[in-house]
Design a protein around this ligand. Sequence first.
Ligand code: SAM
Length: 390
Amino acid sequence: MILESSSDSDGHIIDRFGRPFTIMRISITHDCNFKCFFCHMEGEDPSSKSYLTPEEIGMVAEAASRLGVRRFKITGGEPTIRRDLPEIIKEIKEKGRAEDISMTTNGVLLRNMATKLREAGLDRVNISLHSLDPEKFYQITGTKLMDRVLEGVDAAISAGFKQIKINMVILKNFNEDDVWRLIDFVRGKKIVLQLIELHPVGEGRKIFTRFHTFLDDVEEKLSKISKMRIRKELHNRPIYYLEGGGAVEIVRPVKNPIFCAACTRIRLTADGYLKPCLVRNDNLVSIKEILRMDIDRERKIEMLIEALLIANSRREPSAYWRIGEEFEREVHRYLGNGALADGTRRIRISIPKKPQPNIRFVDMPIPIALNSTATARVNTGYKYKIEDLL
Ligand code: SAM
């Protein structure tokens, strides 16, 4: 039986909160050659080492493409340590009829493979670089390979990717000052710096209280030195365009009441589960059995489409940040997204049933007092109700 589903005007299926499914985030390995002490590991179980083959990933991409998905993101673990990465990209490109494939990498192996990956069909690349100080780089990654990463950035520029972003996770009292060096770095290379607020997920959860900081100070300074700011629909992300070239994009999940409300993703884990949300593993849909059944390919694709519809029906626009008491008070102050600590009150963002494609977010009224019902304005006049659930 195929589940009933609605779609938006672009043909994407929508979930029960009206959010379209437009991007598939594909993790292809749990292995990594770095040991970043805050890694969220994409919310996956890193002990599982049974990975999907390029052909299997291609089948999932094909099923997603029949539901209107044209954008794919490859991640891990470290995706570049899979020798069959070019094959995986080609499968996604061809079978998934991809219009945009991007990849998140630590960049250390990019020097020798950037051109090959571009030729295979990779459009954009995000390179993680959390500091330009070799000692801090070592403390974060457990390696002394910063120069290799810098060579990887140059190789990516030479390979002609459509966009190159530097991903930097901001860590309190550790690399906050490095932001300004990295801003000069991206300005010089005319690429984008993406500043990411630490997520309390995976290893990030263990060190969260010590290293988490809101990105307000950085953002305030940025607003003074930028020539223009826009707000991106995905995750309600602001982007600051710098004088002299380059840009800074900000990913703030915690103090962003509509971060999850604007999510348009389903994830595919390296070991073959559809994962509707980064921070949850209680709603996974296993598809390994389908991929490895002895039936013809077309029947597998049909079953994968059903599995995607089930995963889509499990998508929920509220994060369940389960965090320590000290931080919980902060979130109460700012009315962040989702659950606070176990057993305490929960914030849910409810979205009217009627789908509203192509919404664009405008500034949110933050902070919002707890115990209130607030609305987030979007420029269609469409309103998200933010409720305080007991
Ligand atoms: N190994 C690749 C890399 O280093 O980019 C891809 C996997 S990594 C999990 C994907 C992205 O998530 C990276 O940009 C990384 O910096 C970011 N990330 C990892 N842990 C995080 C956390 N706890 N909070 C926020 N972002 C995190």
